[in-house]
Design a protein around this ligand. Structure first.
Ligand code: EZ4
Ligand code: CO
Length: 401
């Protein structure tokens, strides 16, 4: 089965998505997600100018060889643009292979290891009272696990504490600027979780995202302070370029640690996994280079008692979510799947067979990954340049967002 054409689509049904569609001489097509929030066009150029010409005439069945060809063959390896581009192609090829086999993708990966995937939703509030209420609303909807973020007294809205910063997109052409104070945050966060446990008890799993803003010793103290509230995980407590920093966190706290939504390859997580410095690896199909490397990362993690918890914010298209659901249905060391839902417009452009009910996700059982792409409808939502916010300390220093 030969690849005859590859098309790249950019659309913005609520937010920007990059979609790869691969055509074959047997009439089968497959689609993949190549979205890189805030730098979408760089991936489009990488694909159109450099990868698409390499694919025409190749055997669509040779997924592994194509992945190696694009990764090793580039000489310049890794990085978010490269890996998102490769991911879009890889997902589309797995979609084609599963359609050709007449099987849902999870069957090709090894078959179902469970009946359903626990997912977590996002609770947020301007203050503790609002956040507590937001957790209650999600529990009422059936969620068993909830990420909780709230505004910090003395600071304007912070990451994840209002809808806009969770969604990431700035409405204007330039990035929104936010303010951060580590000391105010560290005093506030334990109070937030104390209030949530008091209001909602202990049956719900609670998660929290620090968004890379602490140093290792600060993260260690936060982990200790949160131990009484038994978090499911503490996410992205520090920027993870410096993997050794996690040793310090690990030595000081029993709060489970999750990291990895910005990782691109297994090398970004090697030390973290080998030394069991983390409990959950957050890598996701689109930013890790596709389904092919996600399997290897998941198996490597499994050897070291690390479970999966794939990034599933709404800036990755439903194709990425569906790929993660199929992977999660198979992977023996599944932990949890992030789920933040999609706008109606997004779901109309990317109709799919996956579903969510009572706090759990289910894959479609038809051939492929089960997500389609409505090209005509997508044309009604042209690309809109948008940036993630940036963050500054109170003295003006640029900080991690
Ligand atoms: O900021 O997806 O856990 N989820 C997150 C997200 C990320 C965005 C970046 O594009 O941290 O909200
Ligand atoms: Co995160």
């Amino acid at each position: 089965m030969k690849i005859t054409d590859v098309k790249i689509f950019v659309c913005s049904p609520g937010r920007n998505f990059v979609t790869v569609k691969i055509y074959t001489d047997q009439g089968l097509t497959g689609i993949g997600d190549a979205t890189l929030n805030g730098r979408e066009k760089a991936v489009v150029a990488y694909l159109e100018d450099h990868l698409v010409p390499l694919l025409i005439g190749r055997d669509a069945a040779r997924i592994e060889d194509t992945w190696q060809y694009l990764y090793r063959g580039a000489y310049w390896r890794r990085g978010p643009v490269t890996m998102a581009a490769i991911a879009g192609i890889d997902m589309a090829l797995w979609d084609i292979k599963a359609k050709a086999a007449g099987m849902p993708l999870y069957e090709l990966l090894g078959g179902a290891s469970r009946d359903r995937l626990m997912c977590y939703g996002h609770a947020q509030g301007g203050d503790i009272a609002e956040a507590v209420e937001s957790v209650g609303a999600l529990i009422d909807e059936g969620y068993r696990a909830v990420r909780v973020q709230s505004g910090i007294p003395g600071l304007p809205p912070v990451y994840g504490a209002d809808g806009t910063s969770t969604n990431g997109a700035a409405e204007n052409a330039l990035p929104r600027e936010e303010l951060w104070s580590t000391s105010k945050y560290l005093r506030h966060a334990p109070k937030l979780f104390e209030a949530v446990r008091e209001a909602h008890g202990w049956d719900v799993e609670l998660l929290h995202d620090v968004h890379h803003r602490l140093t290792p010793i600060e993260a260690a103290r936060l982990g200790k302070d949160l131990e009484p509230y038994r978090l499911f995980w503490l996410e992205d407590a520090v920027a993870a370029e410096h993997q050794e920093g996690f040793r310090l966190i690990r030595n000081h706290t029993t709060t489970p640690i999750a990291v990895g939504e910005v990782f691109n390859t297994i090398w970004d997580a090697r030390l973290l996994i080998e030394e069991q410095l983390i409990d959950y690896i957050r890598m996701t199909s689109v930013h890790a280079g596709g389904i092919t490397p996600m399997r290897r990362i998941a198996d490597f993690a499994g050897l070291h008692n690390v479970r999966t918890g794939a990034h599933g914010a709404m800036d990755m298209s439903p194709i990425c979510l569906a790929s993660n659901i199929h992977l999660g249905f198979w992977v023996p060391n599944f932990g949890i799947q992030e789920y933040s839902g999609y706008s109606e417009e997004t779901l109309e452009v990317f109709p799919g067979t996956w579903s969510m009910a009572d706090g759990h996700l289910y894959p479609g059982h038809g051939p492929g990954h089960g997500v389609e792409f409505d090209e005509d409808l997508a044309e009604r939502y042209p690309f809109e340049r948008s940036y993630l916010p940036v963050n500054r300390l109170e003295d003006g220093t640029l900080w991690h967002w």
